[in-house]
Design a protein around this ligand. Structure first.
Ligand SMILES: NC(=O)N[C@@H](CC(=O)O)C(=O)O
Ligand SMILES: [Zn+2]
Ligand SMILES: [Zn+2]
Length: 430
């Protein structure tokens, strides 16, 4: 591979949560690494110089929860389109969930994903392996083999591991290889048949409900097993106040647990399902306004450590249906940063805290490279214009699927430039 041209980012607001840096200066990227940071830097021979005055320069965003759909569901998304969407959203790394076809439950599938990502990817891809073969909830995968092949965590995302005894064994086994277990926490007996959050809105719309307790009771069980086993457990897509409280208790107990939420749980609630818009249908569902408030506070305080998109592309075949029949899931890679910038504009998060939740913290949770602007770290960087307002247009997405929950919403800002390993992976035209 040819070395990318050196890149000098001039005069940006450097945001690095790891070193608690928030100050104006230059950043030099050379040979795939950050070679100098801060102050006024000279451009080396042949470097591209970009004026970043008034812009934020931050470590590339890292998404712990993405469905790239390859192999098997390439009509919804593939590694090329999904990672291009990631780069356009400011991401330099994504973790790819194993609910593909075939399921990523073996080294062969993990290796295929990594090989494709190297060939056609626009960001780093870290595969997440399955906990149970075929996500069937029976038996355990060869986790040593998965880790050896490149998996950074295990999860049956899309499904919970309902058998508590099996999940206990999975956590004990995963802990032996220091693999975090990512839990899709759902009591499927309690959520069965539901299409949206159970509450007055579901009643008004005549849609079957999914009580928050279907999530909370499962989160409590999963965290309890984290305490029992000592495993590293990460709760996916936290949507409600009860789960936040459970995570707070588990963290206070000193267990090795963490959690993420997604942009839609911060910006929308069950009231937004009013038009039976299937692009507002995902699992877990949009909860009450009070739940949304609890999730926002928990992210602001850092109790929920990470923002992850749960980017879940689906085609019109699965979405242009009656609400009850439509697939669960919405895209998120290209809108996440804009939604987070809304929270910054409201004063809920500082710019540094926003970058922490979207980059430094995800890197730390799964032990991934990046997430910092230190000299010698990978040249994974995003340049953000916090004041380039734009309107979300589903027709102008890099993702193959248009099932965004934010169509028509005006977002305050976006990524201007994304650099991964020193290569420019996205540049906003115009
Ligand atoms: N979140 C969703 O609504 N859907 C996800 C599965 C999942 O994340 O559980 C999908 O794969 O479509
Ligand atoms: Zn899930
Ligand atoms: Zn998911």
């Amino acid at each position: 591979m040819s070395q990318p041209r050196p890149l000098l980012l001039k005069n940006g607001r450097l945001l690095c949560p790891d070193s608690n840096t928030d100050q104006t200066g230059d950043l030099l990227l050379e040979g795939g690494l950050i070679s100098a940071a801060g102050g006024e830097l000279q451009a080396p021979e042949g470097a591209e110089v970009i004026d970043c005055s008034g812009k934020w320069v931050a470590p590339g965003l890292i998404d712990l929860h993405v469905h790239l759909r390859e192999p098997g569901h390439e009509y919804k998304e593939d590694i090329a389109s999904g990672t291009a969407a990631a780069a356009a959203g400011g991401f330099t790394a994504v973790c790819s969930m194993p609910n593909t076809n075939p399921v990523n439950d073996s080294a062969a599938v993990t290796e295929m994903i990594l090989e494709r990502a190297r060939k056609v990817g626009s960001c780093r891809v870290y595969p997440v392996g399955a906990i149970t073969p075929g996500l069937k909830g029976e038996g355990l995968t060869q986790m040593a083999e998965l880790k050896q092949a490149g998996c950074v965590a295990v999860s049956d995302d899309g499904h919970p591991v309902s058998d508590s005894r099996l999940l206990r064994r999975a956590m004990e086994y995963a802990a032996g290889f220091d693999l975090p277990v990512i839990c899709h926490s759902e009591d499927t007996a309690l959520s069965a048949g539901g299409a949206m959050h159970e509450g007055p809105m579901a009643t008004a719309l005549g849609l079957p409900g999914i009580p928050a307790e279907a999530e909370v009771s499962a989160v409590e069980r999963d965290l309890t097993l984290a305490g029992l086993t000592g495993a590293r457990v990460h709760i996916a897509h936290i949507s409600c106040a009860g789960s936040v409280a459970a995570l707070g208790r588990a963290r206070a107990a000193g267990w090795a647990v963490s959690g993420e939420t997604a942009p839609h749980y911060l910006a929308l609630c069950d009231q937004d399902v009013g038009g039976y818009d299937t692009h507002r249908k995902m699992n877990p569902p949009l909860r009450s306004a009070a739940d949304r408030e609890a999730v926002r506070q928990a992210l602001a305080e850092g109790l929920i450590q990470a923002l992850a998109t749960d980017h879940a592309p689906h085609s019109v075949l699965e979405k242009e249906l009656e609400f009850g029949f439509a697939a669960f899931g919405v895209t998120g890679l290209e809108t996440a940063l804009g939604v987070m910038l809304e929270l910054v504009a409201e004063g809920l998060l500082s710019p540094l805290a926003m970058i922490e939740r979207m980059s430094a913290s995800p890197a730390r949770l799964l032990g991934l490279p990046g997430g910092e602007l230190g000299v010698g770290s990978p040249a994974d960087v995003v340049v953000i214009d916090p004041q380039a307002a734009w309107t979300v247009d589903p027709a102008r997405m890099r993702s193959k699927s248009a099932n965004t929950a934010f169509a028509g919403r005006e977002l305050p800002g976006r990524a201007l430039l994304t650099v991964c390993g020193g290569e420019v992976t996205f540049r906003l035209e115009g």
